[in-house]
Write a protein that binds this ligand. Structure first.
Ligand code: TRP
Length: 448
């Protein structure tokens, strides 16, 4: 295990949590969660979402942590270190496919953030400038040069960060910026709670209307849980391979899941009161947050400055997440094609330039190109989050529950975590049965 000693590790325990939260907290929480909740009826979606996070997300995250930290290897290496069975080798392939699809549309949304940052800097969110922000957003996304331009810029920035290596940059950035993002969201919450539509917004988000329960909603909630917690593509497995031998895995998994969910709920508390205050509709889809936020900034005292702050932080939340995803295909090329880091990163980012251009154009010239009624952007999103990630999750959790040696599992779970026997048994049952069964039941229900 020469690799083990060479592998750099996160130095502090908060560094572990901060870097993992940095991967988990991103556009998934602030853009995707409000839009999915809005499309799926609010409270009922939130309830199913939270159930998915704790019944499925935490066990799958633990499974990824155990494999990564236990073997000190990332992706394919971790699985191969334990079993040579072909079936399990599919996990890294699913991971690569899912990461490429997600990165393709994620970079487009990150590009929208850059445009909004540009708007904030150029004073467009000044109350003096009265504008129809819905029309403005519509005009922007339909403009191929602008959307593709920002997306390309975002991908190039990713390239620059990846060639310098994961550990240092990410750890340092997330340590400072994620707490700031959290603070600014809390302030925006206070602002939203004082709006006339606050009661209606909170009622929408927290009061479940069970008539909204449907197969497609349950699939969306599960997909959102995987997406938001960064699960199912061996991303956190790779992070865990950098954990040191004292990191308490259960505590870390629960902390990361709770913080990630908290950020999503805060985003909901910011958005929905504003939706009802400005007479907009929660079902707006992927544009929801981008239409609401400008309206909100315009009415806030010093809104233009808040906007700049917020979009800068959101940009960093996005790039810490995309860097964590880029690592999956990049590591694959380095390990399997004997490429240097720079070359591998160039291949990955080069491929993404093509795919994300297709996604960016889905709102303009390619908006007529659809499959199953979905544009390229929506299709990439649906297939990766709702299908590939949960399948990756089932396999990892079955692998750790059934194939990995029980002593190895218990040892990994017990380090620095006072785990009584009943808890160890419970966790193993969660990985063996609960998480896979929930995913399969949701799939079957969703197909109905
Ligand atoms: N969780 C991130 C977000 O909410 C996105 C992300 C980063 C991700 N790494 C991942 C999603 C790995 C799935 C798998 O924005």
């Amino acid at each position: 295990m020469a690799e083990k000693s060479k592998r750099s590790q996160f130095v502090t325990r908060t560094g572990v949590i901060a870097a993992t939260v940095g991967s988990a907290v991103g556009l998934g929480n602030i853009w995707r969660f409000p839009y999915e909740a809005g499309m799926n009826g609010g409270g009922a979606f939130l309830l199913i979402y939270v159930i998915c996070v704790f019944a499925v997300g935490v066990p799958v995250m633990l499974a990824e942590f155990v494999l990564g930290r236990g073997t000190h290897r990332g992706g394919a290496g971790a699985i191969a270190a334990i079993s040579g069975k072909r079936f399990f080798k599919s996990v890294p392939i699913i991971g690569i496919l899912a990461s490429v699809l997600i990165l393709s549309f994620y970079s487009v949304v990150a590009g929208w953030i850059l445009e909004y940052l540009y708007w904030s800097v150029t004073q467009l969110f000044d109350p003096q400038v009265v504008d129809d922000y819905s029309a403005r957003f519509g005009g922007f996304v339909a403009n191929p040069v602008r959307t593709v331009g920002w997306t390309v810029l975002f991908l190039v920035l990713n390239f620059l960060v990846i060639v310098r290596g994961v550990e240092k940059g990410i750890e340092r950035m997330s340590n400072i910026l994620m707490p700031l993002l959290f603070l600014i969201l809390v302030m925006f919450c206070v602002n939203s709670l004082m709006m006339p539509g606050a009661a209606e917004g909170l009622d929408f988000l927290f009061n479940p209307d069970f008539t909204k329960l449907s197969p497609s909603m349950v699939i969306d909630a599960m997909g959102q849980a995987f997406f938001s917690l960064s699960l199912g593509m061996t991303c956190l497995l790779t992070y865990a391979s950098y954990f040191n031998d004292e990191t308490p895995l259960l505590k870390s998994a629960v902390t990361v899941s709770v913080l990630d969910t908290l950020v999503a709920v805060l985003a909901g508390v910011v958005i929905f009161p504003a939706v009802f205050t400005y007479g907009m509709t929660p079902e707006a889809g992927s544009k929801l947050v981008f239409e609401i936020l400008p309206a909100m900034f315009v009415q806030m005292p010093g809104g233009a400055v808040w906007a700049i702050f917020f979009f800068v932080l959101l940009f960093f939340a996005a790039i810490t997440s995309t860097i964590s995803m880029c690592e999956i295909p990049t590591a694959f090329f380095i390990e399997n094609c004997k490429m240097k880091r720079r070359g591998a990163a160039a291949v990955v980012i080069g491929g993404l330039l093509v795919l994300s251009t297709l996604c960016a154009l889905s709102f303009g010239p390619l908006s007529g190109v659809t499959m199953y009624g979905k544009t390229i952007f929506d299709l990439f999103d649906y297939v990766s989050s709702n299908i590939l990630l949960p399948i990756g999750g089932i396999i990892v959790s079955i692998f750790v529950g059934w194939v990995v040696d029980r002593k190895f599992l218990n040892h990994q779970l017990s380090i620095n975590n006072r785990c009584p026997q009943w808890l160890l048994t419970l966790l193993r049952i969660a990985m063996r049965w609960l998480a896979p069964a929930c995913i399969i039941v949701i799939f079957i229900y969703g197909l109905m």
